[in-house]
Design a protein. Sequence first.
Length: 319
Amino acid sequence: MENILKKLNKFMIGAAATALFAAASMTTVEAIDTSVVDEAWGKPTFVYGGGLGDSELADTAELFEIEDMDNVASTPALGEDLVKYLGYGSGNTASMISSVLVQKDNNSGVNVDILTPENITTITAQQYTNAAITAGVEDVQIEVAAIRPVTGESALTGVYKALEVNGEELDQERMEVAQEELETTSEIADDADLDEEESSRLDGVIVDIKQQLGDIKDRTDQLATRDEIEQIINDALAKYDLQNVISIENVNLLINYFENYQNTSAIDSEQVREQLNQFANDLGNKIGEVWQDAEESGLLDRIADFFREIVSSIMELFN
């Protein structure tokens, strides 16, 4: 009986955290206003899936609340762009469905808002943010949307193209490693069956590892050894209480990824360091604010009362 109650208590804590993080996810970054030309690029850049038909393109523009196409710089994301920026793919444009709206916003960090989470089935906003920083993206607001379900793994293609058409060039190797990061983290989250709150903690793990590897390179002018990378990963997983959630196989995936990561210019980039610090602060503040709001509003008490009633009912059954 005691063991059952311990498991129920753990379930209650996890369910409460998930509910609170779901509430946090409802708070999005400030929407991009396409009715006003007031940003570094002159106009926000709309990169739409090249596989969309005319009516689908119009529907996609509505998702971004683009009322006048003259208020945005627009260009399609093509199959050849996937090959160009990410280093893989057949070059087939028909499969390019997800679209992005990108706005330069100096000193803002990288902020991502998924407008259609029901149709971006694999990648989270935080995973996009983390990978974009790896690629060298800085100080932009990004909105992602799709008119029908897609994995979302190719959406960064649109972000990179938006930067390029506005005269900002990114390093090819870093773009490809960023895509590897996106695929690795989404694979781990899926394999470990992480809920939204646990996935957020995994994002924190990724940021923590990047910062520690950067510190080693800055302090010693040497790259971390494979053993050091493994220790850093295990320490970060313990710090975020994921050490019993992420398998040894997935730890090896992270080791392989971070060996590749630290061999790019991202490892000693001051711009990456600044963007990561801002992202880490935003991620921590987001969760902290939700807990505080929940306490002040009485949500925590209501959640606790709800689960206490469940426990009470189960105990009555045993009695």
